[in-house]
Design a protein around this ligand. Structure first.
Ligand SMILES: [Zn+2]
Length: 153
């Protein structure tokens, strides 16, 4: 069954994100289509605020915390801005995603918490993840918590 419904952004609870719609795509799976609600982004090159959207990338699939007892994937198309000051283009950065990975920060935290008391193979099976992915989350989480490891952005 594929159904399209509106979903209140408050339910999602991600900063500066609006939920556009969602699809129930299986017995245990939901996909939520999201967009950034910010009108502007800061250019990483010259630190000026840009409001001109250059283009939008293809939809990405990003794992998030379960919703309604279903495994939840966010569908998100990163926007590329064009900086009017330095003429460079750049992809917007979002605070809720673990940079470079196909899951949200809060999902990584959730998995990390589980790895501290549960077997990684079991977690991988429960969550439909590869064991490598679970181990990667554990290792990055452990590094962040080490005494020298101030939280890196
Ligand atoms: Zn710039």
């Amino acid at each position: 069954m594929i159904a399209n419904y509106q979903i209140p952004s408050e339910l999602l609870g991600l900063p500066n994100v609006k939920a556009v719609r969602y699809q129930i795509t299986g017995d245990e799976r939901i996909e939520v289509f999201i967009e950034s609600s910010l009108e502007a982004a800061v250019c990483p090159e010259c630190q000026q605020v840009s409001t001109q959207i250059h283009d939008t990338a293809e939809l990405q699939t990003i794992r998030d915390l379960p919703m309604w007892e279903r495994q939840c994937w966010l569908r998100y198309a990163p926007r590329r801005f064009a900086c009017a000051t330095c003429r460079k283009t750049f992809v917007e950065r979002v605070a809720w995603r673990e940079p470079g990975f196909a899951h949200t920060l809060r999902y990584a935290q959730h998995i990390y918490q589980r790895t501290r008391r549960e077997d990684m193979a079991q977690i991988a099976q429960d969550e439909g993840l590869s064991q490598d992915m679970v181990r990667g989350i554990f290792e990055r989480g452990a590094k962040k918590r080490s005494p020298s490891g101030a939280t890196r952005s």
